[in-house]
Each structure stands twice: as C-alpha cells, then as structure tokens.
Design a protein around this ligand. Structure first.
Ligand code: AHR
Length: 845
C-alpha cells in the first residue's frame, strides 16, 4: 500500500471510528514514524508583499514625507471625472476621495501663517525637478513682520519619530527673489519643535538639492515636517524627503527597520511581489510597469493604484530584489499580463499591442539576472548590484480570467520560454478553471483563498485527492477574512483555522509546494476599503508611525515556518464526534454580484404558513447587510450590483420550507437564498455562483455537499424552494430537486507529524478547534528510543476572539515549556482553541 492509498484508507478508518466513538472521551493519536509521507519543500512558507493598506508607502518603505514630489494632485491615470468622483470605463470608483486626494490643491501639505504673518502656496503643474516629477509647490511669504509662513507635511497619518533618532532630510528648492533662509524642523501637533532646526541659505535660481539631519528630541507618532521661509519672497519646493538615518541593513532609499525585522523573523523562503491587484491595475494606464520604478527616485513616475492611493515607486524593482536577497528568500515576480483587475471593470490590452507587455517580462528577467553588458543588466549594476539577483520564478498575471487571459498568458509565456527555458512559470487560476487553461503551459498553479474560519477548518483534507499528475500548487494568498465579528483584524480563531488548512497542505506537500498569507502589511490608519464599500482589508502585521505588532496569524505562520518538517509521517487520530445539529435560524435573500428582485416569500412549518412575504410592509423587519434595498408592490429588490443580504424571521425556526420567486436583473452571478441563520452562522443556496457557473449550498461559505453546474438567466422569474428536516436540506429550482444533502458537524481536532532532519526531532502539530480541552493518548511507533522530555509550544488564549493590538502587542503569543514522561505511549492534554507543537527527540542508541 503506498502513502497515498494508506492515507485515504486512514481517513476512512477515521470516519468509521469517529462515528462509533460517541462514548469514548479522550482521543487516540497514533504516529508511525516508520511510514514516510511526502517531502516538504524547504521553501514552502513565504510571503506575499503588495502595496495595499499603505503597507509599503507609509510603512515598510521608510520615506516619512507624504506627497514628497507634489504629484498627488494628478488625476488617477485612465479614469474619467464624473462630478467629484473619478471612475473607470465601467463606472467603478477609483477611491480618489478615500484618503483625501484632490486635483486642485496640494494633498497632505498645509500652509502655515503663524502670528499674523501672511503668505500663500500654489500647486504648479510644470517646472518640477524632473520631467517625471514635474509638479512642484510655489511658496510665498508676503508679510513676516509678526510670525512665519511655512509649509507643513503631515506624513502618512502623522510622521512617526523616536527620541534621539536622526533623520536624513533632502529637498530641492529654487528661489525667485528669495535667497533664504529656509528653516526646516519637526514639530508636534501643537506646533512645538520636536527636533533641531536646519537652516539653508543661498537658494539659487535653479533647483538645488539641500541636505541636512534632524534629530528628534522626543517620541511622537504624529509629528509633522515644517519648511518655513526666513525672509519674504517666493520660492519653489520639490521632492521633500525625510528618511530615518538607520534603515534596515543600512540600505539607501531603504526600509523601516522594525517592520522589516518583523518580516525577517518569519524567515520567508520566498517573496511574491509586487501584487496582487496592484499589478493588474484598474485601468490599463495604472497597471504595474516596473520600468517606472527603477533609476533615481526623482525620475520614477508615480502611479495611481487600485488600492485608492498613488504609489511613489520608491520601493521599486531594485529595492524589492535587494529585500529578497537580504531576507535570503527566493524572489517570485508577478507581472501584468494585459488584463486589468477583474473586480473592477476589466480592460484588455489589444492583442496587436501586447508587444510591450511581453517585453516588460523579458526585460525584467534581464534586469534581474542579465550580464552587466546587457542594457538592463547594466542598469542593475549602476544601481549597485553587478551580480545577478538569481530570479527564477515568474507569475504571468494575477487573478485573471477568461479567454482574453489565456491568449495573453500564452503570448507572454511563449516568448519567455524561448528565451528563458529554465525559469519556473506560475499561472494564477483562482478565478479560472484548470480545464480551461489546458494547453497553456505553466509549471505551478497559483490559487487564492479568502474565507471564513469554518471554510478553512473544513479543508484539512482538501488536497488528499488532488491528481498528482496536475502541476504542483502555490497557494499565494490565504487568509480568514470573514465569518465571525472581529475577524477583520484577525484573531485566535482565524489563526487556528488557517493553521488547520496549512496542516492539510503539509500533509499534501508533494502537491502543495508553497503558501503565503495575504495581505502582509497594513498601516493601521491606512487600511483600504474593499472594492465598493467598507469593511477595509485586514493584514498580518500592523503598524503606526512608531509601533508594530503581529496578529495571532503572524505568530501561527511563524511557528509553522520554524517547525516545518522535512518529511511527513503517518498519523491516525480518533476522537468522539458531536451529534448532528438540527438546522435552525432565519431566512434571507441577497446577491453576490447582481441586482435581483424577490417576491412571494413564504415560510411554512408542518403545513402551516408562519410567515407570508406578500404581507411585505415596505422594508420593515428586514435586517440588512450591504446592498441597496427597496420594497414596493410586494417585490423586494436589491438594487446595487454587488454583495447585499437581507434577513428575516426567528432564529429558532427549524424544520421549515422556504419558498419564493426570484428574478435577476443584472450582474455576473445569480442570487443567494439564506436559511438557518443564527448568530454568525448561516447557510445559503448560491444559485449561479462562481461567475454564474454553478449552484451550491454553503454554510458560512463552505460547500455542504457537491456543487452542481448551473446558470441563472436575467429577466426571468424562478421558483425557489428549500425544505429543511432536521439536518437534511433539499433545494428545488422550478420544481426540480437540485440538492439533497445532510449537514454534519465539522471536524474539530487535527493532528499531523513529520521529521525535522536538522535535529532528528519528530514534530507533531495539533489544533484543537473546540471550546473544550482535548485529552489524548499518544502512541509513537517507528522511533527506537524517545527522550523523556520534550519541548512544547502552545498558541492559545482565553477567548477565540482574542488578538494582539498596538496597545497589547503580545497579548496572544506562543508559550514554550517542556513536558516529562514522554515515551512510546504517553498522555497529553490539548487546551481549548489552541495550536500545540510537540518536538519529540530520539535518544541516541
Ligand atoms: O491581498 C489583497 C488582494 O486580494 C490582492 O491584491 C488580490 O490578488 C486579491 O484579490
């Protein structure tokens, strides 16, 4: 019996025992170290680093001045102005207003006229220090008799400074009738100085770069940088920059040490960069073009991004590659494939114009790896890195879709493969089925999962049956993002659910080769709203101007990286299961990506109508979550294309039949019919989901039973009926039975094990995802002699909703202890809501 057959057999055995084991209390864990499983990629755990949530600009990239080049007044490229909004061709908002951008003033800078002084500031859209940074500011002091005229920069949500630390100041200035002095210092919010002041005289007629050092006299997370005119007159300012003197690894134009260090502590095996949706752009003009991100920073053309702000491009291709090298991580470049983000209004570069898109990939490889006498290799050498960076992994596109994607993927891939046959090519099939990509060559398949705790917890076996003839997987974006209150900043429950999924990946490490969390970083004040509306994106590492902390997910992923086995071994776990629950809860209607009408909504129990939607009285009694709802003439409508749900009824309703009529008016999908909604748990029947390709029952977005192929047509009334009997669900569409399934209780105790070849330890991971502690007897086979003392690391907390924060950065962190009495058979108790890692050491013979 091979490993794979044995594992299937072991799962079946587990299910049988689980069913019979109602009375048995403790679990039995049998580890057989002599039965080897798959080898695990030493670089399995990596990071995905995208410019989102001001994670890079306003975060990792150490620049402290916001809008340093005065380019933030530019309109977002490729968008159209409609009233005060900037929208793409399909009407999707650029989010220009979210962080306070305007085109007619100078965002993030303010004029100061203190003590009766008077002056003015004006944006100039030409004449800047370079053609690429052509905008600049004209500052004028007309009366300084009693005070000062200055320009103040608020930084990214405040400039964070630490007492005693020095900061490198650089700015470009030119005078008209003004020769100086220009006085520059840091101030707190009340206008008190919090650094020394540097004075620059002899401002010339042409642009001069002025440099100085500011040393902070106190800690302030929200200081501002003030540039004051010491005499009357007019001067022009551009590219005003302030960096901590100490950057990570002392790199010029470098990174914030505390954030970079948090990342380095994860010891990532690879870095996927620079996106994400950032790569795709929302318009062709805002798609990521790495050629704008290399060379002197003043000559890098800034670009609007899909996460509602303009990128400085300060952390450009060179800096990303240098970061990978400093981390000792393999770079994985993601490039724009010619299709913009499918969640905005997807645009395409016409096939006849794809040459430059393809060349950007080819030239990028030359920049990273080419000889120094090649065009792009020479630029890398000039930037300070004559030796190649050793880029081996290229992803063509991110979350793209459809025939247009395949054509573009193929066009780029063919050219790359001819010139660089040995590189590894990744294709993101998150929104595309592998079948439809058949024939398009790729070495690794990328998939992204954002979902609820239950979704992740129910995927321990996800890859057990994956066809090993398929290309290996890279799960490039993973995170719990929904489900229970409080998850948007992560918590213990979210981390453990991700942990269960990761354990499933380790068990299937022969097909799952790489994994990374997403997004990695967020400035706590700079989190971007999701497309359309709040809530904003979560992250693994949060920070403000002076502080940084990791969520519980950070610590869990770090533990997984540090305790990655080299080879898995067989484990069998048996524990008692709970009685299947009766499905009970409210009903509801809604949409994922559509506008839809609902009518004749009726709930019957035992043949009696308990609620009749024909009595719809306006919108009363409905509990809404997103969307734009109206009700008239007995028809209830969700009018805004996108996500929106509306619930009704008694959470105690059970054993009922819900019937209604639904008609989709517009959008990419069908509709959602909710049942069994109680607290944070809900079922829905998703009709025309996954791009209008299939119908499925889901519990908290986790499929219950098998999805079936199916589409929903627009402008047609459908009859929908859902019958609940205990935990059995039957769903009918136009009178035809589509699903007949029973909902079973989720697994709650998960164990894996593997060998760490560095020290010979047997590494056992266990997640107890329930609220009760789990006693267990462990049987360790296949190890000659085991040391009686073992190291144990536990990640847990009093409540599953506990998390870390700026104020309590270490509230939930792993605790390490030792246990005695370890042997071929020993008992151990696994705390409620916990990850436990046991490292069992063999004794020398
Ligand atoms: O991680 C945030 C975003 O989620 C990424 O940009 C995108 O790839 C995904 O949709």
């Amino acid at each position: 019996m091979n490993w794979f057959t044995r594992r299937i057999w072991a799962s079946l055995l587990y299910i049988c025992l689980a069913v019979q084991a109602q009375a048995a209390d403790p679990a039995t864990i049998t580890v057989d170290a002599a039965i080897s499983g798959p080898r695990v990629n030493p670089r399995m755990y990596g990071i995905f680093l995208e410019e989102i949530n001001h994670g890079v600009d306003g975060g990792l990239y150490a620049e402290l001045v916001r809008n340093r080049g005065f380019e933030d007044s530019r309109a977002p490229e490729g968008y159209l102005q409609v009233g005060k909004r900037w929208v793409d061709a399909g009407g999707f908002d650029s989010g220009f207003a979210e962080f306070g951008y305007t085109t007619d003033s100078i965002p993030f800078w303010t004029l100061i006229e203190d003590g009766g002084a008077s002056g003015s500031v004006r944006l100039q859209t030409s004449g800047g220090v370079t053609d690429e940074s052509s905008y600049c500011a004209r500052l004028e002091a007309t009366d300084l008799a009693k005070g000062r005229v200055a320009l103040a920069n608020q930084g990214y949500f405040g400039i964070g400074v630490n007492q005693g630390e020095s900061y490198s100041l650089s700015l470009y200035a030119r005078g008209g009738d003004f020769r100086g002095p220009l006085l520059v210092r840091l101030e707190d919010s009340s206008g008190e100085a919090c650094s020394n002041e540097v004075s620059f005289s002899e401002i010339g007629d042409g642009w001069t770069q002025l440099r100085g050092t500011l040393t902070a006299t106190k800690m302030d997370p929200k200081a501002r940088l003030v540039v004051a005119m010491g005499a009357k007159g007019r001067c022009w300012l551009d590219f005003v920059s302030l960096f901590p003197k100490q950057t990570w690894h002392d790199r010029p134009n470098g990174l914030r040490p505390d954030i970079a260090e948090m990342i380095a502590d994860l010891k990532p095996g690879f870095v996927r960069f620079p996106g994400g949706c950032v790569v795709e752009g929302a318009t062709v003009e805002t798609a990521y073009d790495w050629k704008l991100t290399v060379g002197p920073v003043e000559k890098r053309r800034e670009r609007w991004g899909p996460w509602n702000y303009r990128r400085t491009q300060g952390m450009g291709l060179y800096e990303y590659l240098q970061f990978c090298e400093d981390l000792k991580a393999d770079p994985l470049w993601v490039g724009f494939c010619g299709q913009t983000c499918i969640f905005r209004e997807r645009e395409h570069v016409p096939m006849a114009e794809m040459g430059p898109v393809r060349d950007n990939f080819l030239d990028l490889v030359e920049y990273a790896n080419g000889p120094i006498d090649s065009h792009w290799g020479a630029m890398r050498a000039e930037a300070g890195h004559p030796s190649p960076f050793g880029l081996q992994q290229i992803e063509i596109g991110n979350e793209n879709q459809g025939r247009e994607f395949f054509e573009r993927y193929q066009f780029v891939h063919e050219a790359l493969k001819v010139k660089y046959p040995d590189l590894h090519y990744f294709a993101d099939l998150s929104w595309t089925s592998p079948e439809s990509m058949r024939g398009e060559a790729f070495d690794v398949e990328d998939r992204h999962y954002y979902n609820s705790p239950r979704w992740f917890t129910s995927r321990f076996h996800e890859y057990d049956r994956r066809d090993r003839a398929e290309p290996p997987l890279y799960l490039g974006e993973l995170a719990v993002t929904s489900g229970e209150a409080g998850l948007l900043r992560g918590n213990l429950l979210a981390a453990l659910a991700e942990g269960v999924f990761l354990m499933g990946c380790e068990r299937n490490a022969d097909t799952v080769r790489m994994v990374s969390y997403a997004p990695l970083l967020a400035n706590i004040d700079g989190r971007t709203a999701l497309t359309g509306a709040p809530p904003p994106w979560h992250a693994m590492i949060y920070f403000d101007g002076t502080r940084v902390f990791g969520t519980v997910s950070y610590y869990l992923w770090k533990l997984f990286g540090a305790n990655r086995p080299d080879e898995m071994v067989e484990v069998r776990t048996e524990y008692p299961t709970a009685t299947p629950p009766v499905i009970a809860g409210q009903i509801g209607v809604g949409t994922w990506d559509a506008t839809t009408e609902f009518k004749d909504i009726r709930v019957e129990q035992g043949g009696k109508t308990v609620w009749d939607g024909n009595a719809l009285d306006g919108e009363q009694g409905w509990d809404r979550d997103g969307g734009e709802w109206t009700a008239d003439d007995g028809v209830y409508r969700q009018n805004r294309r996108g996500f929106g749900l509306s619930y009704f009824g008694d959470p105690r309703w059970s054993n009922y039949t819900l019937s209604l009529k639904a008609r989709k008016s517009s959008g990419n999908e069908g509709f959602l019919i909710v049942f069994g909604r109680a607290g944070s748990e809900k079922y829905w029947w998703n009709l025309g989901g996954w791009g209008n390709q299939q119908h499925a029952i889901e519990l908290n977005q986790t499929a219950v039973g098998q999805p079936v192929p199916g589409t929903i047509e627009s402008d047609r009334w459908y009859d929908v009926k859902i019958e609940l009997a205990g935990n059995r669900i039957r769903c009918y569409l136009d009178g035809v039975l589509v699903h007949d399934v029973t909902s079973t209780p989720p697994e709650r105790f998960f164990v894996t094990a593997g060998r760490d070849e560095a020290d010979g330890s047997l590494v056992l991971k266990a997640i107890n995802a329930s609220a009760e502690s789990q006693a267990a007897t462990l049987h360790i086979r296949g190890l000659e002699r085991i040391a009686p003392t073992a190291n144990v690391t536990v990640l847990t907390s009093a409540k599953p909703t506990d998390n870390n924060s700026l104020r309590r950065p270490q509230a939930v962190v792993p605790a390490e202890t030792q246990i005695d009495g370890v042997g071929p058979e020993f008992a151990h108790e696994f705390p409620p809501n916990s990850l436990t890692i046991l490292r069992l050491k063999p004794l020398p013979n």
